[in-house]
Each structure stands twice: as structure tokens, then as C-alpha cells.
Design a protein around this ligand. Structure first.
Ligand SMILES: [Cu+2]
Length: 259
């Protein structure tokens, strides 16, 4: 017989004396998840870069939502792994096989259901955000033509016949939708203004456009190249100034543009 007590020893691991492991681990997971979610919401406010546009704010919000949702998922793995490592050591236990696992339909259906709903929610969230960006249109859109080259950005304002050549700066009026038409003169570059939530590849011989983005906050930001493009790639950054309408008009005039 495979009874553990063939020698008459007291069976220290009989199911009756086992603590309720599942309940313990679930409580631990629940408590840590609440703490983790609070920490995730609080810390992301400090960690995330400042947002200066509608797209930038949407980016930051999406990151917070995804972080909050991933906290209980990650903790589920770590808590049950950690708990098992400590609670189910072989020390003092018989080494033969334990009780066979029984199917638990509720657990299986619940597991499938919750993970499916979570994944579907994130996919729909992403599709909705994508649709919102591509569907945007506005009559007073400012078009900014950007050309990447090793290792600088040249910016033109075709509506004003103005160019920032030599200025090494992108000037934008606050609260007016902008579209960047981006290309490259030589190799692949990546045009990215994190604060505005804008990022697009700069391909030679091809024009790529960003979705419409509306700067909402006056200030100084940075455009960087996010595609390794040669020796001085890391120096390929310039200032982005979001300014008032009056300041923007004055700047356009100073660059030889016509209002
Ligand atoms: Cu580059």
C-alpha cells in the first residue's frame, strides 16, 4: 500500500492540518495588488515625461492604464511562485506523489474568461486610440515639413513660405493642430517629439505624415532622432518651442515668411 503511515508515524502533512494555501496566496495577492496599483498610479505621475499636447496626454493616460492592469497580472505570477517556493518545500514531507489534481472547471473557465476579457479590452483600447488619431481633421491645420539629414532636422512652413534653416528650432503656435510631413535626405531617421506624443519614420524619397496633434502647453520641448543613423545620431536633437500665436507670427516674419 502507498500509505504514508506504514511505520505508524504521525502524518504531519495530512490535508486536515495543511493551512489553506490557496486562500492565503489569494489574500496576499489581493493586498499586494492594491498596494501595487496605488504605487503605479502615484509613481507614473513622477516618472512619465510632461505632456504638452492632446496626443501626449493620451499617450501618458494609456501608459498609466496599461501599467495599472499589468500590476495584478505580474503579481499573480510572482506571488504564487514565491508562495509555492516557501510553502511547498520537500523538507519534512514524504517524497512520494501527492494527491492527484482534480479538474476544477470554475477555475479554468474563470482563468480563461478573465485573461480573454483583459486582452480584448487592451486590443479594443488600442484600436480606438488609433482610430481617433487617424480620423482627426481640422481646417486650420498648420503643416510643418521636416527633413532629416545626418545629423540635423530642417523645417519648412510651406503655408508661410518660411524655413527654420540655420535656426535649428521648431516653432509651433499653441492650441492649433499641426501635421508634420517628414522625410529624409540621406538615411533612415526617426522623428520624435515625446512631449507632443509624435513619432514617425523619416524615410529617404518618401513622405510620412503624423496624425494631427494640438500643442496645449506653452514651453520648450525637444525633437530627437530615434533611429540609429550614424556617428552623431545622439546629437541629432533640436528645440521645439510652443509659443503664443503672436510670438509664432513674429517668428515666421523673422524667418522671412509671409503671414
Ligand atoms: Cu537620425
Amino acid at each position: 500500500m502507498s500509505d504514508a503511515n506504514v511505520n505508524g508515524n504521525p502524518d504531519s502533512t495530512s490535508p486536515a492540518q495543511e493551512p489553506r494555501h490557496l486562500r492565503r496566496a489569494l489574500i496576499l495577492w489581493g493586498v499586494l495588488s492594491v498596494i501595487g496599483i496605488v504605487l503605479a498610479i502615484t509613481l507614473t505621475q513622477f516618472i512619465l515625461p510632461v505632456s504638452a499636447s492632446d496626443l501626449g496626454s493620451a499617450d501618458n493616460f494609456t501608459i498609466v492604464v496599461f501599467t495599472v492592469l499589468s500590476v495584478p497580472v505580474a503579481l499573480f505570477v510572482f506571488v504564487f511562485l514565491g508562495y509555492s517556493l516557501f510553502a511547498f518545500r520537500t523538507e519534512g514531507r514524504p517524497t512520494e506523489d501527492g494527491i492527484p489534481l482534480q479538474p476544477r472547471p470554475l477555475l479554468q473557465i474563470g482563468w480563461l474568461g478573465i485573461t480573454s476579457v483583459l486582452c480584448l479590452f487592451l486590443v479594443i483600447w488600442g484600436m480606438f486610440a488609433f482610430y481617433q488619431e487617424t480620423a482627426a481633421a481640422a481646417p486650420n491645420t498648420l503643416v510643418v515639413q521636416v527633413t532629416g539629414q545626418q545629423w540635423m532636422w530642417t523645417v519648412n512652413y510651406p503655408q508661410y513660405n518660411a524655413s527654420s534653416s540655420g535656426a535649428q528650432v521648431i516653432e509651433l503656435p499653441v492650441n492649433r493642430p499641426v501635421r508634420f510631413d517628414v522625410t529624409s535626405d540621406d538615411v533612415l531617421h526617426g522623428f520624435a517629439i515625446r512631449a507632443l506624443g509624435v513619432r514617425v519614420d523619416a524615410n529617404p524619397g518618401e513622405m510620412s505624415s503624423t496624425p494631427l496633434v494640438t500643442p496645449t502647453r506653452i514651453g520648450n520641448y525637444t525633437v530627437v532622432c530615434v533611429e540609429l543613423c550614424g556617428l552623431y545620431h545622439s546629437y541629432m536633437w533640436e528645440s521645439v518651442n510652443v509659443v503664443s500665436d503672436a510670438q509664432f507670427n513674429a517668428w515666421i516674419t523673422s524667418q522671412g515668411g509671409h503671414l
